[in-house]
Write a protein of this length. Structure first.
Length: 130
């Protein structure tokens, strides 16, 4: 097994990351449990998906205006829709590529589009089981 530098075996990708890529443990990119070296209590998750929940507040970046782009969700009032961004990502474009194609966007806009889509999907799932 090949180990990447700075990654301890057993922790893998279950590390909670905030919206700017900083570990819940404090250091950017760190995956060392603070309990392991005496800096603090161990981090526990109540469910496997809790570590991956979005920390992005998409509500501050997604706008819906009836007269703009047919009332479809747009980013920050621009004429760039959430679906424009999602299609680019789904077709294999990197975040950097999206930012090059849409120079008015910010990296947080891309994350907000993803968080919005995830929230909408979850809301639709909940409605379907009610």
């Amino acid at each position: 097994m090949v180990e990447a530098p700075g990654i301890e075996p057993g922790l893998g990708s279950r590390q909670p990351i905030d919206s700017i890529g900083q570990s819940q443990y404090g250091e950017r990119g760190s995956n060392v449990d603070p309990a392991a070296d005496g800096r603090g209590p161990a981090r526990t998750w109540s469910s496997p998906t809790e570590a991956y929940r979005p920390r992005v507040d998409w509500r501050s970046r997604i706008t819906i205006e009836p007269g703009k782009r047919g009332g479809r969700p747009c980013l920050r009032g621009l004429r760039i829709t959430v679906s424009d961004v999602l299609e680019c990502l789904a077709n294999g474009m990197s975040e950097d590529g999206v930012l090059r194609d849409f120079p008015d966007l910010e990296r947080e806009d891309i994350r907000a589009a993803l968080a919005f889509a995830a929230a909408r999907e979850e809301r639709a799932r909940r409605r379907s089981i009610e």
